[in-house]
Each structure stands twice: as structure tokens, then as C-alpha cells.
Design a protein around this ligand. Structure first.
Ligand code: BF8
Ligand code: SF4
Length: 646
């Protein structure tokens, strides 16, 4: 048994014993962490927090002071509404671009498969390839997988340009939803087009109508959710397999003292899928033995971790705030990074240990890391090269500095839409029946990041617990999924923590009450499931008893996700607001005005117990709207605010 750690005063920072243990080590050894750097940034800029600072042009930088005596306009004349809207639109464009460019990278590899120019990648799910090709209107008869892959790849490349008036995958949404997008001029067109146009509109002196700016920001987010991210998910499934339920483990305990450890960090599964194959190479395993290691162990971090957990059952070392702490175990030979959410600080932490950080994408270099340029044509060769570096680095490890503080917690992952519908017998009807009978009140996507401004994982886990206790099925992705996994909420036995209705359904199906649906680009799986339910019932998504939540978000990608989720008709509660409070008009539009247009709004509530009540009231309201049994909102008491920002 590993020792039991107490919080040692770190309970304000995290709910997790592995985090406490590593923070203690960081403290003793003088290693800086994200929490130290956050403290050094205090006080953070009030104008930036309100969203009323602008540095878009060289007449600035400007700050406007909407609630005080200071300037009310920037040098160009932009007021708080324009500045806040422009900043928010740029944030959304950056998030949407990140997901969509990730999708493009997968698409380029998919295209290589079609051309036959790769040493490892192949079509793993030909049925899904054919389904998608048919959705794109391609004739599939008489074509082999390779021909079809090349043809579909060209079609999808058009999605990134401006050839199309409407993104084909957005047609998966119910017609009523598509109608709303048409009427509001937000139906997404080319993916790149929306993102470039967002930058154009927010240049000085272009779009100065703040509502018009925000409508385009919505369209940009939709080009992510029903475009770039959806392409990333669909093609990853075709190349690497549609996830199916599987058991694995989570927390720093998945790092193995006696083995060579490789941490797979970032978002793009292309290289990590290959590392999984390379780590089983008999020659490399023999070399590991020769170096004194018992084997080669892979563990994930962030969304690359989620991708290989969903498809291969590779264990998960942790979520966003664990990236530096992971290295401090002293047992990581290589941290392999692709892109997004990788703190530049990891190379600095690695310098205190024998760990090598290896970067792999030419668009994401890290000073202090070794760079091995990823090339899909030589994927397996590069994978073997990286595993060999890790194995050879094992002898540089300092055994006295190996500290793995906890035993791993079991968790289940792999709940793709296909897997969920499969478990239900191929149709959403049993889920619909459970919702109609009221044994399941509704479903909520709890998604998003860690942010050191929140006590790590408290928001995710408390919100999830309150929801399942009240018979609400929880779907998770990203770092939220890792949080719930660590808390033991993602094993079938966790059904005992659910209310009686949800518990019975989970027990009958042998599933947890919290279903891991994947990485952050895989939030599109939640959209597809919502669309399937809505289409099955012949209603719009906004009529369903659904909600979204991002309790501890930090990234621009999370803002893009929240926006496309709301614009798809799903009420979404954020743990903190993006920087918009400098414009009461923008706040009112996002938290009230969107209801009349998109049938959903944002809400902001840092306390997870209160957020749960907002969501339960919303779900019961939607149930009433569908004529189902519903609890009156006033019968769901709102607790006093208690748990909030650190
Ligand atoms: O894309 S949840 S911290 S790792 S941004 Fe990043 Fe946020 Fe984690 Fe995955 Ni998503
Ligand atoms: Fe200032 Fe306007 Fe330039 Fe922004 S765009 S920096 S508000 S002058």
C-alpha cells in the first residue's frame, strides 16, 4: 500500500491526494508550479478582466472605463461594447481555429492513407468510412477503401475553404435548428473562411456593431463544433477505431516505478497511436530489459491521453494541472508533446529531472525540448525512434528521486455515440423511454479544463455528484472526465452514488452514471447524440432536457465549445465568465438575449452546488415543456454560495 497523504495545507489548491503529495515535493525542492506563477501575477489587470482593454492597433493600447470616470472610448472611438465583443470574437476564433487545425492535420493524414503514402496509418473502420462518404453524397459502390478515402479527403478539404455555402456535417442538426442558423445568418460555411472573417471583422474599423460581431462569433464557433472538431472526431474514428467501453486506470499512480514511462501529452492522437504500437516492439522491449526496466509503460495527459484511453485503454496520469507534477515523480523518461494546453513550463520542470520533453509538430516547438518532426509518411519509424530514446533514458533516472504517491483509481472510458446506442440495442428509444418515465430526468455534458483559479477538480466532481444523485446522466470529456475518473465516479459501481432511477438504468446496462465520451474535440459526440435524440423525437435540440457545464475552464477552445453548444440549443453554465463584464449589453445578450434567438443561454456560477440547481431547474423546465413529469423550479432550493474561486 502506498502511504496516505494528507493535504498538508494544499487542500485549497486541489481535492486530489496525488496533487498534494507533489506540491509538497515542489515546495521542499523549490520547484515552481503553475500555482506559484498565478500567485506572482496578482493582482491581475482589472481592465483585462472586464474585457475593456484593446491592443488591436498601434493607436492603442487603449483601456476604457465604463463604470468610472476614465475614458469611455479608445483612440479610434470604440466603446466598451465594441471592445468586449471584438475581444470575445477573437477568443472564439482562436479556440475554433485550434480545434479545426487539429482536424485538418488528421485530414491530411487521412489523405495520405488515400494516396497510399504512409508506413502505418490505415482505415480501421471501413463501415464508418462508407457511412461518412455517403453523407457527403459520394457514390461508394465498386470503390475500395483507399479510393474512397482519397475522394472523401478531397471533399472534406473543401470544408475548410469557401467552396461550400453550408458545412455538410451541420446538416446532422435537426431541421428546426438549421432553420435558426439560416434565419440568424449563422449557418457555418467554410471553416477557414469563418475564422479568417472573424479576424477581418475585428480589425480596426470593420465591424463596429457589437451584435453583428457576436453573431459572426457564433457562426465561427459553429464551424468548429459542426465542422473542424467534428471532422477531427470522425476521421480519428475511421483511422484509429470507434471507441468501445473499456476499463483502465487514472491518477499519478499509473506511472510505474519499475518501467520505462512515456507520457503522451497534448491533443492529436496521430503520433500517440503509433507510440502504442512501437511500445510493443519486441526489440524495444528487449532493450528495456537490458537497461534494467521491467517494461515500457505509456500514460496519457490531457486530451491526447483521452484519445488513447478511449480507443486503447491506455491509463491516464492526469488532467491539465498535473503536467508539471507528473514530471516530479522522477519516473518519466519522456514526455511526448504534440500541441495545445502544454505549458511552456514543462521543459523547465524537466530540467530538474532526467525527463526528456520531445516536441513533434513543427507548429508547436518548445524551447528546452528535443524536436522530432512528425511526418505521417514515416509514422512508425518516428514512433520507434521516440520509444528508443525513452528506453535509453531509463539509465539516467535517479532511483532515490522516484516518488509515485498513490495507487491508481479504476475508471471506464470509450462511450462513443455508436457504443452508447449499441448498449441501448441500436436505437435511442430506451434512453428516450427512461427520460419519459422520469427515471432519468435528463443529461448534462460536464466538460472542460482545470484552471489554478479553482480548487482543482472540485467543480467537476461536486457538480457531477449533485447531478447523478438527482437522476441526471452525466456525459464527460476533456479534463472534466479525468477529474471524475479520479473521484471514482466512472466505474459501474458508482451507480450506487446515483439516484434510484439512474442507478437502476446503469445497473441494468452495467455502465457508470458518468460516461466518458472523449477528448475536447469529441464534444461533437455530444452534439451528435443530442441531434439523434432530437431527430428521434421530431423536436429541436433546445426542447430536450439537456445542459452543458464547464466548471473550471481556462482555454480559448473552451469558449468556442461553450458558444457552439449554446448556439446548438443547449443551456450552458460556466464556472467563471469570460472577460465580458465591462459591457453590460454583451452580458445581457449572452445570459438572456440568446434565449429568444437560439433557445439557450449562458449562465455563470462558480459554486458547483448552485450550478447543479440552475441545471436541475432548467432540465425540469424542459421536461415540463415536453409535457413530462417535472419538479417545480421553486421546489429545488438554491443553497447559499459556499464553494467558489480559490
Ligand atoms: O482540449 S479540457 S485544459 S486538455 S482545453 Fe486543455 Fe481544457 Fe483540458 Fe483538452 Ni480541452
Ligand atoms: Fe485603441 Fe481602437 Fe486601436 Fe483598439 S482598435 S487599440 S480601441 S484605437
Amino acid at each position: 500500500m502506498k502511504p496516505t497523504f494528507t493535504s498538508n495545507g494544499y487542500a485549497k489548491k486541489s481535492i486530489n491526494p496525488d496533487t498534494w503529495a507533489m506540491l509538497e515535493i515542489a515546495h521542499k525542492e523549490g520547484i515552481e508550479t503553475v500555482w506559484d506563477r498565478l500567485a506572482k501575477q496578482q493582482p491581475q489587470c482589472g481592465y483585462c478582466n472586464l474585457g475593456t482593454s484593446c491592443r488591436i492597433c498601434a493607436m492603442g493600447p487603449c483601456r476604457v472605463d465604463p463604470f468610472g470616470e476614465g475614458p469611455q472610448k479608445g483612440v479610434c472611438g470604440a466603446d466598451a461594447d465594441i471592445i468586449v465583443a471584438r475581444n470575445l470574437a477573437r477568443t472564439i476564433a482562436a479556440g475554433a481555429s485550434s480545434h479545426s487545425d487539429h482536424g485538418r492535420d488528421i485530414l491530411e493524414t487521412f489523405h495520405r492513407v488515400g494516396e497510399g503514402k504512409t508506413d502505418i496509418y490505415k482505415i480501421t473502420d471501413p463501415d464508418k468510412l462508407r457511412r461518412l462518404a455517403e453523407e457527403y453524397g459520394l457514390a461508394t459502390d465498386g470503390k475500395n477503401d483507399q479510393e474512397l478515402t482519397e475522394e472523401l479527403a478531397w471533399e472534406m478539404m473543401e470544408d475548410y475553404g469557401m467552396h461550400r455555402a453550408r458545412l455538410p456535417l451541420a446538416k446532422r442538426a435537426p431541421l428546426a435548428r438549421q432553420d435558426i442558423w439560416d434565419k440568424t445568418g449563422t449557418f457555418p460555411r467554410g471553416i477557414d473562411r469563418e475564422n479568417v472573417e472573424a479576424l477581418h471583422r475585428t480589425h480596426m474599423g470593420v465591424d463596429n456593431d457589437w451584435v453583428n460581431i457576436l453573431l459572426h462569433a457564433v457562426r465561427t464557433s459553429l464551424s468548429d463544433g459542426w465542422g473542424g472538431s467534428m471532422i477531427a472526431t470522425e476521421l480519428s474514428d475511421i483511422l484509429f477505431g470507434v471507441p468501445t467501453p473499456k476499463k483502465s486506470f487514472v491518477n499519478l499512480g499509473v506511472i510505474k516505478a519499475e518501467q520505462v514511462n512515456i507520457i503522451l501529452h497534448g491533443h492529436n492522437p496521430m503520433l500517440s497511436e503509433v507510440i502504442v504500437a512501437a511500445s510493443q516492439d519486441p526489440n524495444l522491449l528487449a532493450l528495456a530489459k537490458e537497461k534494467g526496466a521491467a517494461g515500457i509503460n505509456l500514460a496519457g495527459l490531457c486530451c491526447t491521453g483521452n484519445e488513447v484511453l478511449m480507443r486503447k485503454g491506455i491509463p491516464m496520469a492526469g488532467n491539465h494541472l498535473m503536467q508539471e507534477l507528473c514530471i516530479m515523480t522522477g519516473a518519466v523518461e519522456v514526455m511526448l508533446v504534440d500541441y495545445q494546453c502544454i505549458m511552456p513550463a514543462v521543459t523547465e520542470t524537466a530540467r530538474c529531472f532526467h525527463t526528456k520533453v520531445i516536441s513533434t509538430f513543427d507548429k508547436a516547438k518548445f524551447p528546452g525540448a528535443e524536436h522530432i518532426s512528425f511526418d505521417p509518411a514515416r509514422g512508425l519509424e518516428i514512433g520507434r525512434q521516440i520509444v528508443r530514446i525513452a528506453v535509453e533514458n531509463f539509465t539516467r533516472r535517479v532511483p532515490e528521486r522516484v516518488r509515485i504517491p498513490v495507487e491508481p483509481t479504476p475508471m471506464m472510458a470509450g462511450f462513443s455515440v455508436e457504443a452508447i446506442l449499441g448498449a441501448l440495442g441500436g436505437t435511442p428509444q430506451p434512453l428516450v423511454d427512461a427520460i419519459v418515465q422520469g427515471s432519468i430526468r435528463g443529461a448534462v455534458g460536464v466538460v472542460g479544463c482545470n484552471n489554478p483559479k479553482f480548487k482543482q477538480d472540485l467543480g467537476h466532481t461536486e457538480l457531477t455528484k449533485r447531478l447523478i444523485e438527482n437522476d441526471i446522466l452525466v456525459l464527460v470529456t476533456g479534463c472534466a472526465a479525468v477529474a471524475d475518473g479520479k473521484a471514482g465516479l466512472m466505474v459501474p459501481e458508482a451507480a450506487d452514488k446515483a439516484g434510484p432511477g439512474l442507478r437502476a438504468v446503469c445497473k441494468a446496462l452495467g455502465i457508470p452514471p458518468v460516461l466518458h465520451m472523449g477528448s475536447c474535440v469529441d464534444n461533437t459526440r455530444i452534439l451528435v447524440l443530442a441531434a439523434a435524440l432530437a431527430n428521434h423525437l421530431g423536436v429541436d435540440i433546445s426542447a430536450l432536457p439537456l445542459a452543458g457545464a464547464a466548471p473550471e475552464w481556462y482555454s480559448e477552445k473552451a469558449v468556442a465549445i461553450g458558444t457552439y453548444v449554446v448556439a446548438s440549443g443547449i443551456y450552458t453554465v460556466l464556472g467563471m465568465a469570460p472577460p465580458i463584464f465591462g459591457s453590460p449589453n454583451v452580458v445581457k445578450l449572452l445570459t438572456e438575449g440568446l434565449e429568444g434567438v437560439f433557445g439557450a443561454t449562458f449562465a455563470v456560477e462558480p459554486d458547483p452546488n448552485r450550478a447543479a440547481v440552475l441545471i436541475r431547474r432548467h432540465i425540469e423546465g424542459k421536461r415540463a415543456g415536453l409535457g413530462l413529469t417535472a419538479i417545480a423550479p421553486d421546489d429545488i432550493a438554491m443553497p447559499e454560495a459556499e464553494l467558489a474561486l480559490v
